[in-house]
Design a protein. Sequence first.
Lengths: 192, 192
Amino acid sequence: MIVLTAKGAATRERIVLGAAELIRGRGLSVGLDDIRGATSTSKSQLFHYFPDGKADLLLAVARHEAARVLGDQQPHLADLTTWEKWLAWRDRVIEIYDGQRAGCPLSALVSQLATPGAREIITELYEQWHRHLVTGIDALKANGATPAGLDENRAATTILTAVTGGANLLQATGDMTYLETALTDALESLRN
Amino acid sequence: MIVLTAKGAATRERIVLGAAELIRGRGLSVGLDDIRGATSTSKSQLFHYFPDGKADLLLAVARHEAARVLGDQQPHLADLTTWEKWLAWRDRVIEIYDGQRAGCPLSALVSQLATPGAREIITELYEQWHRHLVTGIDALKANGATPAGLDENRAATTILTAVTGGANLLQATGDMTYLETALTDALESLRN
DNA sequence: CCCTTCTTGGACTGACCGGTCCAATCCTAC
DNA sequence: GTAGGATTGGACCGGTCAGTCCAAGAAGGG
């Protein structure tokens, strides 16, 4: 990595943020010139801060967007200690995906980036997400109101799958029902 | 649509099959020249049988692949009349996705085709799939062994979401656990 | 004040790729 | 067998786009 001054770091960040927003809106089909235009930079800057070119830049965008996915769910995701808070989180998740019907920006990035680096970012995202859910289920368990013999790992996996599957189906069909129903049903297993 | 002789229809099908296989293996990044090479055709043939060019061809491939998705699940999907058959279907689904870790070819197509036509194919696929599941749940209901008050539409939605979410996570992370766990858990709601 | 390093501008290149075109060939109906 | 349409081959075009290059600003330490 090249040594960055404060100014350079700011430019780099401006590029990532601008590119992320552009990709969020138009998916693939964004070229370096689009990014250049949207961020008021020049070609040489793009390659100065991302020496490996577009793949490098997209990877940085993916990292940024992965952090956003979890960040958007806060503070709920970090505090799933009561059933009511689980419901609030569910509502927040539904709200997020309802708002960004265009689709999770990561899906476009992932399909475009077949590199191992991209997969690593995604895997890490899902593992963190899963860990948050497990932590929340454990908290619920400690509070006592969960069914006997509940496996927090299995339950977290099912819940996470419901979210991603629902988001997937929402993006493909434009229908929110899948996400709402599947997520609500998945949470039901925590209750009883 | 242009009038087709038997020969022409065969060529057209050869193109679709070849393109589908190519895309299944290499995702996006397949060009017309790749398809031309893989199917022993010429540029003019591609545009003869698909006058609107690549988009047209990809749409045909998407239709073909959508049919494949359901076809691969037969005969199980059309005969979900007992709990054992549901389990057999589940195993078949897991087997299918385990075998094609590269990912559902439709995901690549969908992200590349933002056209309304593509969305229609996908929506139709999921609606058919959902209908099959509802029919199966109704059969189970008729056989008596389902929990009281089971809503077959909700249950089918949850099951379908588990499958697509699991497939999604499998493709992104390479981990089968999500699909296995989420689908098994979703089916559990039919039982009791 | 100068020298070095970071930073920026933007013209240019070369490859790739979708799409066009025309001519050659095959097939079939009459 | 011949005319007309279907089918095929492949050269060619033009746009797009990632990536290169060089030279000209800031910035700041000595």
